[in-house]
Write a protein that binds this ligand. Structure first.
Ligand code: GLU
Length: 302
């Protein structure tokens, strides 16, 4: 593991819709943690899955961040402009024998998989691991995993341990539709942007061991991780486009920022919600403490 300083953090939204309170939490905590460590904070637009992008959402996200008073360094990195970098990383993994072509269809995997993966999918049964059946060609490319434990010390959730072979299986790097998978793109970009600290929602906690394994396979250093509680609605569902989370209202930025601070375990005075935005930020910069964030994967909003 390389030195985790100077601090470089990031916020990496996917342009699948407008920002909502759940995304504000990740933006706020990653920004405040970077500021508290005299670090740099970058914004990366994770538009790699072009089947899910919504026209205009990237511009809208950036305009909302600006209206809420976030200040990022440098240019926003768009994943759709980074295809060559992902292709080069995949070539390296193929050359070292770690990535292999897989001919299996979704149905074939479902029919022969014996186990459920940690995030609800199927553990790949390994059919093409030592070569594809005769006459078949690669639909996707997968990364070989093993039975070693991957563990890391999350700054909020504590020590997390996962055995990729049992909990995930050989996972996809390039999908059958030729799109590069999130796991590959995010790992290559965190290295490219020399991210030292990742602060994001605990919905990604189960993905982190895959990203650490990819870092090891590609000889990248491992950043430090902090996984925040995820905001859930009254029904217990994660706030998202699918659960119809309302878009952030830029006319209520002070209120929403103060609510975000409260959600993150900070204790803003109640009149901060009515204060000018600059005062909310001044309070947040002065008082931010990651140690006060609750060690919980989700928090239900009233
Ligand atoms: N783009 C991902 C999302 O919006 C976040 C990825 C990450 O922070 O690593 O959920």
């Amino acid at each position: 593991m390389s030195s985790n300083f100077p601090y470089r953090g990031r916020f990496a939204p996917s342009p699948t819709g407008p920002l909502h309170f759940g995304s504000l939490i990740a933006a706020l905590a990653s920004y405040l943690d970077a500021r508290a460590n005299a670090g740099i904070w970058l914004v990366r637009m994770e538009d790699i899955d072009t089947t899910r992008n919504v026209t205009g959402a990237a511009d809208q996200i950036l305009a909302t961040l600006e209206a809420f008073g976030f200040e990022w360094s440098g240019e926003v990195l768009f994943q759709t402009r980074r295809q060559d970098a992902y292709a080069a990383a995949l070539e390296r993994l193929k050359a070292s024998g770690l990535a292999y072509g897989c001919a299996c269809s979704r149905k074939e995997i479902a029919d022969s998989s014996q186990h459920l993966a940690i995030d609800g999918g199927q553990v790949y049964p390994g059919t093409c691991r030592s070569g594809m059946p005769l006459g078949r060609s690669a639909r996707a490319w997968r990364l070989r995993v093993n039975a070693d434990d991957i563990f890391f010390d999350d700054r909020i959730q504590g020590v997390i341990r996962q055995q990729l072979e049992r909990d995930v299986g050989d996972f996809v790097l390039q999908r059958a539709d030729r799109l590069f998978a999130y796991q590959l793109a995010v790992t290559v970009d965190d290295e490219f942007q020399r991210i030292s600290h990742i602060v994001r929602g605990a919905d990604l906690l189960a993905s982190t061991p895959r990203q650490i394994w990819l870092q090891q396979c590609l000889d990248y250093p491992t950043p430090r991780y902090a996984h925040l509680p995820v905001a859930a609605n009254a029904a217990g569902e994660k706030l998202s486009k699918q659960t119809r989370a309302p878009a952030l209202d830029i006319g209520r930025s002070s209120e929403l920022l103060a609510d975000g601070l409260y959600f993150l375990g900070q204790s803003p005075p109640s009149d901060l919600r009515k204060a000018p935005q600059a005062e909310v930020w001044a309070w947040a910069f002065e008082h931010w403490s990651l140690a006060h964030v609750l060690r919980q994967p989700t928090i239900r909003l009233a």
